[in-house]
Write a protein that binds this ligand. Structure first.
Ligand code: HGY
Ligand code: MN
Ligand code: MN
Length: 405
């Protein structure tokens, strides 16, 4: 039986670390706030009877031993956030996994399989523009080139690892091989469950995020003395490209395209911009559709900049393949939902998750919990306590069923 008051109070307590003025949370990886948050979650893991340690890249891991001849079941999510994000994104998954393990301990239920609960490092990619560092490392796919990615102050992931006492030359030991499967609970961050009046859902697949950084370079010149026909204005070119991105994405049913950051230099009222940078986040459940959309955007941008004699560079920041969730795990989640008499709703995830990194390693499954008004990546992000309880009960039952499979 889940102790939802214990879980709810932990959600509140954790949200106090990195709290922003309007009650959001900002907790980037390898920062004091995130370290403090990890140390709090470490205490929760210990209360749940888990052996706790940090792995070679700083993933926080709570381990429960079992039959050593059996592979490990991984549970987890992340506790880092986007800038001024909500208190449920990622954190709910980690805290619910801990609550499930503590409820098993309370009821003296011993599982056959060993279990590890993981708070993955830097799922969001907010600081280095390169996400899922922790789950990439556990999957054995964090290559040393990625460690050169820098934050806005020129501090690299490599620097951050060293600052927190990790050895950048030793990250490969974070890989986990003897794993049966991975199960993650996460808020939906959309409106499907709310529209279906369902507290929980079964994730069928996860759309893959592709992040590109466009840099347009023209000529900074006098706003008053430069005739319109003689300008190389990268901001006008960028605006035409950004407007076309929306049009192109609208051609596809499930594709989404977002320009989430934009900056220009030098930034003067009477100065024609010299350079403009913006990022695009492209997603679709189909890698083929995402590829088509990417090509159309690149081709359109190339046409615009050549007509306007603007220089364009496009840097790929991350490219994560879409993932189909394990049929067996989906069916087991459905069995748990039915046992608890909740409506059964299956849905794809538009948001990316750590589970994606394990697509070629072991089966993955995800449980979604309803988001109020579908809002996320925003201080208004909210999930009701009864839905938090529903999600935890479904996860507990699913884990018990999977342990017997
Ligand atoms: O970007 C995402 O989909 C996730 O929030 N990292
Ligand atoms: Mn997120
Ligand atoms: Mn998340």
């Amino acid at each position: 039986m889940i102790n939802v008051e214990r879980l709810w109070s932990r959600i509140e307590e954790l949200s106090g670390i990195g709290k922003t003025a309007d009650n959001g949370v900002t907790r980037f990886s390898y920062t004091r706030e995130e370290y403090e948050a990890n140390e709090l979650v470490k205490r929760y893991m210990q209360q749940a009877g888990l052996e706790v340690y940090y792995d070679a890249v700083g993933n926080l891991i709570g381990s429960k031993s079992g039959n050593k001849d059996l592979p490990t079941i991984l549970l987890g999510s992340h506790i880092d956030t986007v800038p001024n994000g909500g208190k449920f994104d990622g954190s709910l998954g980690v805290l619910t996994a801990i609550e499930v393990m503590e409820s098993l301990q309370d009821q003296q239920i011993l599982l056959d399989h060993p279990v590890k609960v993981i708070a993955f490092k830097d799922e969001e990619g907010s600081r280095f523009g390169f996400g899922m560092i922790g789950s990439l490392a556990v999957a054995g796919n964090l290559n040393s080139k990625a460690l050169e990615r820098k934050d806005k102050d020129g501090f690299s992931i490599r620097d951050a690892l060293i600052e927190y006492g990790y050895d950048p030359e030793n990250i490969q030991v974070a890989q986990m091989t003897d794993v049966k499967m991975y199960l993650e609970l996460h808020i939906e961050q959309g409106k499907v469950l709310e529209n279906n009046e369902a507290p929980v859902g079964i994730v069928t697949g996860i759309a893959g995020p592709l992040w590109l950084k466009f840099k347009l370079t023209g000529e900074a010149e006098h706003a008053g003395a430069t005739p319109m026909g003689q300008r190389k204005d990268p901001l006008v070119a960028a605006s035409l490209i950004i407007a076309e991105i929306e049009k192109l994405a609208n051609q596809y049913e499930d594709a989404v395209a977002t320009v989430g950051t934009l900056s220009l230099t030098p930034g003067g009222v009477n100065v024609i911009p010299g350079s403009v940078e913006f990022t695009i986040d492209l997603r679709d459940i189909s890698e083929q559709v995402r590829g088509r959309l990417e090509k159309e955007i690149r081709d359109f941008a190339t046409t615009i900049v050549s007509e306007r004699k603007i220089d364009l560079t496009i840097e790929e920041l991350q490219r994560v393949a879409p993932v189909i969730c394990s049929q067996q795990i989906q069916e087991t989640i459905q069995q748990s939902i039915s046992e608890l008499d909740y409506p059964v709703v299956s849905l794809p995830s538009g948001a990316g998750h750590d589970a994606m990194q394990f697509k070629d390693a072991f089966p993955v499954g995800m449980i979604f919990v309803r988001s109020k008004d579908g809002i996320s990546h925003n201080p208004k992000e909210f999930t009701a306590k009864e839905d938090v309880k529903a999600g935890a009960e479904v996860m507990l039952r699913t884990l018990i069923h999977l342990d017997k499979s």
